[in-house]
Design a protein. Sequence first.
Length: 422
Amino acid sequence: MDKLIIQGGGPLHGEVWISGSKNSALPILSATLLCEGLATVSNLPHLQDVTTTIELLGTLGVTVSISERMELEVDNTTLHSLTAPYDLVKTMRASILVLGPMLSRYGEANVSFPGGCAIGSRPVDLHLRGLEAMGAKITIEDGYIKAKARTDGRLVGCRILMDIVSVGATENLMMAAVLARGQTVIENAAREPEIVDLANCLNAWGADVQGAGSNRLVINGVEKIVGGHFRVMPDRIETGTYLAAAVATRGKIRVTQTDPSSLEAVLLKLRETGAEITQGDDWIELDMHGKRPKAVSLRTAPYPAFPTDMQAQLTAINAVAEGTGVVTETIFENRLMQVQELNRMGASITVEGNTAVVTGVERLKAAPVMASDLRASAALVIAALVADGETIVDRIYHIDRGYECIEEKLQLLGAKIKRVPG
Ligand code: UD1
């Protein structure tokens, strides 16, 4: 297993570009299943989860070709299977996102039931209930979700009230509704920028999705969508992670090819740490003027509030900040796993339930640490960048799921980091 070796020290400085959004790319790749014609998707990040999704499409018989610029061409006419197998789904829960489009387009879908994951149990009940409300018959057999549309092969539009705000369920049901008969209304829909990106993509391909970005989505079913080209939005969490690393290291960086408007809550908190932030249409500059960050308190919640995917990175900032920050995680039940590893590096963090109380220390000390999930790993990398000595971060396949070329990008910012194949 590859490891990262990071020599802590100086502030990050320089410029880094932001890749396409992983969490936007995965539903958009699944949405290609809805198209009758060719779909092309650009600005895909070069990440394991994207590769897994491409592999999944390939397993279904879809012809996928990739250009050197990571532009993907998807042709469904060769599809010969409606089963997303256990071997792939177990490596990536987002595989569940093929369920809605496959069922909507082909009238049938079998998807291995995703298991739990490191950050919590992560059920899919909202996905299934919504599809049932649209007329699907769903059974669980041999660990598989087996879904069938009515005898005419089509789902039927209806009103769906989501009792929890779920990004994935909103996406799955939005995609299912695109080819359903009549109108679907999703109340209490997630409002994340990735939802808006997916809706823009579906509309560009011929769908009729209204209200994305609000908590009420109205989808007017169409007979078919043709396909076409779409460019995935920049990754707001990758953006936030580099900015957080600059705050922790008291640095000055510029991130480019990003979208500041998708990061309001994060930028608000980073400003509270003392960072001076300026932004343009597609860039952000952050300058700590060499000062130690101030601790910040936060509570994660669905967009537009502070994202759970940035919680661990802010915990790492607090670990070396002046003062005490209280960090409350409300989305996932087990998402403070970075804390134990940060404490092994000399941080002073106590956890009670879903809240971490972080008292900043002057210096962290390097230690061998283990990545446990994607964003917890990002927190460990940030901590390693400010720690005294050489930190070895093990199990970095978690990081590779969400951060394209992390060591190259951090090297661009002056970090002493290298990957050691294991
Ligand atoms: C997506 C993101 C993930 C992010 C999360 C929350 C992708 C690929 N992943 O995950 O990075 O951390 O949104 O912003 O886009 N829930 C249920 N029943 C369901 C579905 C969800 O109870 O059927 C619960 C979950 O357990 C969790 C909450 O709803 O407590 C929110 O989860 P959800 O928004 O669905 O997260 P994902 O879509 O899996």
